[in-house]
Design a protein. Structure first.
Length: 155
């Protein structure tokens, strides 16, 4: 549950923020999680090669579309500017972050294999939260209350 919350925060950070340093930090956090939790990381990286070629093709379009700002260097009559490079790296890291998050969330990843038994128990407890209020209204004894909950969870 906590890991899912962390992944959700990383997802929102990747989508909402435009600061290159923050998105770069999220990239390294996700890379660290993938190295330690994803058994299929090498296979996933091999599949990513085709996408990288396609995305490098869009790099040219992004460079050509942003010609304003501080010029970093000039190739023939094309100016490569600092805002164009920043825009490219932000978008590139955003896409890679989303891909790495999808690898972590996929069922093939070992995250849910490690916490699978506990995940079922936590889901059962969350489903029983409304029932707790009904039992309090019935003024059920504490002993019967815990027996009822444990029967539902099936520990």
């Amino acid at each position: 549950m906590l890991l899912n919350s962390i992944l959700f925060i990383l997802f929102l950070t990747s989508i909402i923020l435009d600061d290159l340093r923050i998105i770069g930090t999220v990239f390294f956090v996700e890379l660290f999680l993938n190295i330690f939790l994803n058994k299929n990381l090498l296979n996933n990286i091999k599949k990513l090669r085709v996408l990288l070629y396609i995305y490098l093709g869009t790099f040219i379009v992004q460079i050509l579309s942003t010609q304003e700002g501080e010029v970093v260097f000039k190739i023939f009559s094309v100016y490569i500017t600092k805002p164009a490079l920043e825009n490219f790296f932000i978008n590139f890291l955003r896409i890679i972050n989303l891909i790495m998050l999808s690898w972590l969330v996929s069922k093939k990843c070992s995250i849910f294999n490690h916490f699978g038994e506990y995940k079922v128990i936590i889901e059962n407890v969350i489903e029983l939260v409304p029932e707790v209020f009904v039992m309090f209204r019935k003024r059920m004894s504490l002993k019967r209350f815990f027996k009822h909950i444990l029967k539902k969870i099936k520990i």
